[in-house]
Write a new protein. Structure first.
Length: 101
């Protein structure tokens, strides 16, 4: 087994662990920080009234779509960065071999 193959399998195992461990620890229930803060404020100050309201209340579908768009943009930026870095490294390697010749 080559070093690259071993690294790939370790990365796959790491990704699986990153996905599985939080699900086991939390029990599959993920609540947002906003929800926890609202519960805490309601428990500590039952007479509290918010002084501002949201200008835009998106539905669950719109919220999910915006999150997916954010993830896609982030993946695109990371993919672009890694592509540029790999191309730079390849071109540098090629220029080094032609300079040595």
């Amino acid at each position: 087994m080559t070093r690259a193959t071993l690294v790939n399998w370790l990365l796959v195992l790491g990704v699986i662990l990153l996905a599985a461990v939080p699900l086991m620890v939390v029990g599959g229930e993920f609540g947002g920080a906003d929800e926890l803060a609202a519960q805490r404020i309601a428990a500590d100050h039952p007479d509290y009234r918010p002084w501002a309201t949201a200008l835009f209340e998106p539905s669950a579908e719109v919220t999910s779509g915006l999150f997916a768009l954010q993830a896609a943009i982030g993946a695109g930026v990371l993919g672009y960065y890694f592509g540029v870095a790999r191309t730079k490294r390849r071109l540098r390697r090629e220029s080094d071999t032609t300079a040595e010749s």
